[in-house]
Design a protein around this ligand. Sequence first.
Ligand SMILES: Nc1ncnc2c1ncn2[C@@H]1O[C@H](COP(=O)(O)OP(=O)(O)O)[C@@H](O)[C@H]1O
Ligand SMILES: [Mg+2]
Length: 236
Amino acid sequence: MPDIGAPLLEAADLCTYYGTSQALFDVSIKVPSRGGVAILGRNGAGKTTLLKTLSGDLKPARGSIRFDNVEATRLRTEQRVRKGIGYVPQEHGVFAKLTVRENLLVGAMATADGEEGIEEVLALFPKLGERMAQQAGTLSGGERKMLAISRALLAHPYLLMLDEPTEGVWHGVVDEIAERLHQLAQKIAVVIVEQHLKLALGVSQYCYVMDRGRIALCGESNTIRDDPELVRLLAP
Ligand SMILES: Nc1ncnc2c1ncn2[C@@H]1O[C@H](COP(=O)(O)OP(=O)(O)O)[C@@H](O)[C@H]1O
Ligand SMILES: [Mg+2]
């Protein structure tokens, strides 16, 4: 594992199952308190399972998660959110039947700053400001991802985990999302699961490549970028 000093998040030897089928095998990762960490791997490698285990959606059978020097393995999802772990899931990141405004209000409810926080995220994603009265289900793919990211940011995470934030997003908007994630990673820790290799390596300093539920390769993104093993691990 890369030497990153005192990590904000440290997961050790996570094993997660779906029923009797094991999906994570002794997965260990470290995330520094600032900057980007990319999780790569082909379809079915276990990336979503890992993020769900870190967010609290799935309970690991073995292994541990420490966040901000506190044992977090047994905390519920809402407790992890309150401690500063934000999560933008691959699917269902917004309430489709609610308007953009209502989605943001639900996100802001958990915090003291209420509607002021909404102004802040709208400054980050001005396009959403023009769509406040629109049902989230009718937004474009990119706008929906922006709304999902905004909702997670309203809880003021120290760590934001994003599962395929550019999936289904028109290429013209991908750069805008990448730029915002880059900006966020200057201030907080960002963990990004992403098929778009160039984007993932561009916003991350460290990277983990998964293969069949295990970490197969990890290191600095600048080094991994040229590792022939990366091509093999991502080949379909
Ligand atoms: N709800 C589920 N029930 C059973 N198996 C699942 C479920 N979700 C994912 N899996 C299996 O776990 C493995 C890892 O899946 P996933 O974490 O979604 O991979 P990735 O996000 O890298 O594409 C795959 O073999 C997948 O079929
Ligand atoms: Mg996935």
